[in-house]
Write a protein of this length. Structure first.
Length: 263
C-alpha cells in the first residue's frame, strides 16, 4: 500500500496546491491513501468546515492538526462528527473530537494517530509517547497499518518518538516546523520515519508568510500583520510504501511538486 503524507498546508496557496496537484499525483504514483496536516489551512491558522471539505474533495482521506486546532470555533462541531478530521490525541479527553481513527480505503484499513509534542510548545499534561502507545494498542486490533503524525517543535522529541514506536507502527512523520528534512529512513524495526514532511504553500516566504513583515517583527519587536505569501507554491510531503501483511515499511521518499502558477 502506498500512503502520501502531506506537510502543513498553509492558507489558500497551500489548498490550491493540493487541489491542483493531488488528483493527478494519486494516479501517477498509484497512491492508495492520503494524510494531510491542515492546522493552517484557514487564513494561515486554524481550520473551518469549508476548508476541510476542500481538501477532502481533492482526495485527502484523513486531516490531522496541531496547536492551532482551536483557533476557529466553527470546526469544533465537525471534530465531534467526522472521524476523518483529527485533533492531537494528548489534549484532554474533554476537548472535542478524536486523536486517532481507522479509515477503510480500497486497499484495506488505515489507522492514523495524531499527537502533539511538549518541548518548546504550549503546556500539555498528557505525554505524547504514552498517548501514542495507548492509541496504537487500540487501533492495532483493527489494522496493522498505523501512521503517526507527531506535531512538534523539537527534532529530538520527534526522533525519540520514532525510535519508541519502531517495529510497532508503519510510520512516524513530523509536522509543525514547515521545513522539509532530508532524514527519511526505515528504522531497524521496519517503521518509516522523517522528522518533518515540509510545508505545502508558498516557498518564497518565511514558513508561508510574506517576508517583509516577519523581518520587521524581528527587527523592531513590534506587532505586525502577518499576511500569506503566494510565490513559488509547492506541495511537500513524503510517500511511504507499506507491506500490508506485516504493516512494516518498504520504502519512503520525499515529495516536492510545484504548481506552475498560483492565482
Amino acid at each position: 500500500m502506498k500512503i502520501l503524507l502531506i506537510g502543513d498546508i498553509v492558507g489558500r496557496p497551500g489548498r490550491e496546491a493540493v487541489t491542483k496537484i493531488l488528483p493527478e499525483l494519486r494516479k501517477d504514483k498509484c497512491i492508495d491513501f492520503v494524510i494531510a496536516n491542515a492546522e493552517n489551512i484557514a487564513g494561515g491558522s486554524g481550520l473551518t468546515p469549508d476548508t476541510v471539505d476542500e481538501l477532502l474533495n481533492s482526495h485527502v482521506d484523513v486531516v490531522t492538526s496541531g496547536d492551532h486546532i482551536w483557533k476557529k470555533k466553527e470546526i469544533y462541531e465537525r471534530l465531534e462528527k467526522d472521524k476523518r478530521v483529527l485533533r492531537p490525541a494528548n489534549y484532554p479527553e474533554s476537548c472535542p473530537g478524536l486523536g486517532a481513527t481507522v479509515i477503510r480505503c480500497n486497499s484495506g484499513k488505515v489507522g492514523v494517530i495524531n499527537v502533539i509534542g511538549r518541548v518548546f510548545m504550549n503546556n500539555i499534561d498528557a505525554c505524547p509517547f504514552k498517548t501514542a502507545e495507548k492509541e496504537f494498542e487500540k487501533i492495532s486490533k483493527e489494522t496493522k497499518i498505523v501512521l503517526v503524525d507527531m506535531h512538534a517543535e523539537a527534532t529530538s522529541e520527534k526522533v525519540a518518538l520514532g525510535r519508541f514506536l519502531d517495529g510497532r507502527v508503519s510510520a512516524v512523520f513530523g509536522t509543525h516546523t514547515h521545513v522539509q528534512t532530508a532524514d527519511e529512513k526505515i528504522l531497524p524495526g521496519g517503521t518509516s520515519y522523517i522528522t518533518d514532511v515540509g510545508m505545502t504553500g508558498a516557498q518564497d516566504s518565511v514558513i508561508g508568510r510574506k517576508v517583509e513583515p516577519i523581518i520587521e517583527r524581528f527587527l523592531t519587536c513590534m506587532p505586525t500583520r502577518f499576511e500569506m505569501a503566494d510565490g513559488n507554491v509547492e506541495l511537500q510531503g513524503a510517500l511511504v510504501e507499506i507491506d500490508q501483511e506485516s504493516g512494516r515499511a518498504i520504502s519512503i521518499e520525499r515529495i516536492k511538486e510545484r504548481i506552475e502558477k498560483y492565482l
